[in-house]
Design a protein around this ligand. Structure first.
Ligand code: OFO
Length: 169
């Protein structure tokens, strides 16, 4: 049976993951208006990943005899100045999510829930990958600057990203 404080930390994080999904959906809508299909595809993959992150915790809380309580999802930003501004936002957001995941792991340590800590290791490693992935695209966008050809080439590259359903255990 899961500890009450641990259950609340997971429920808060489920909300944060669903907010991430919603934020990336909003960014996808922005890229649709710019007619950049590769960026739209990248967002599509990101949306599916965030949904999988939320559902991983959803299933975990249930497997531990806990109760998932869903809350309202905050309204995401709807407009940005440029693709660069979007990726700067994503990196800031993922750094924030990393600190939230670390906070959930802190609760697991506090209540001595070793099973939850072991489960959270997957998320801790995933955040390293998320930040690295976004940081690389951000660096490319900074190099591209206002060059339309560079942006077109990056859009083609982002079009190749595929969603591989994660195995979270
Ligand atoms: Fe769920 O990793 Fe991004 O937010």
């Amino acid at each position: 049976m899961i500890n009450e404080k641990m259950e609340k930390a997971f429920n808060d994080q489920i909300n944060a993951e669903l907010y991430s999904e919603y934020l990336y959906l909003s960014m996808k809508a922005y890229f649709e208006t710019l007619n950049l299909p590769g960026f739209v595809n990248w967002m599509n993959v990101q949306i599916q990943e965030e949904h999988a992150h939320a559902m991983g915790m959803f299933d975990y809380v249930n497997s531990r005899g806990g109760r998932v309580i869903l809350k309202a999802i905050d309204c995401p930003q709807t407009d940005w100045d440029s693709p660069l501004a979007v990726f700067e936002h994503i990196l800031r957001h993922e750094e924030h999510v990393t600190s939230l995941i670390n906070g959930v792991a802190d609760v697991a340590e506090e209540v001595k829930d070793r099973a939850a800590l072991s489960f959270l290791n997957w998320y801790i490693k995933e955040q390293v990958e998320e930040e690295d992935n976004v940081g690389k695209t951000l660096a490319t966008l900074r190099r591209v600057g206002d060059d339309a050809h560079g942006l077109y080439a990056l859009d083609k590259e982002l079009a190749t990203r595929v969603f591989n359903p994660p195995v979270i255990e």
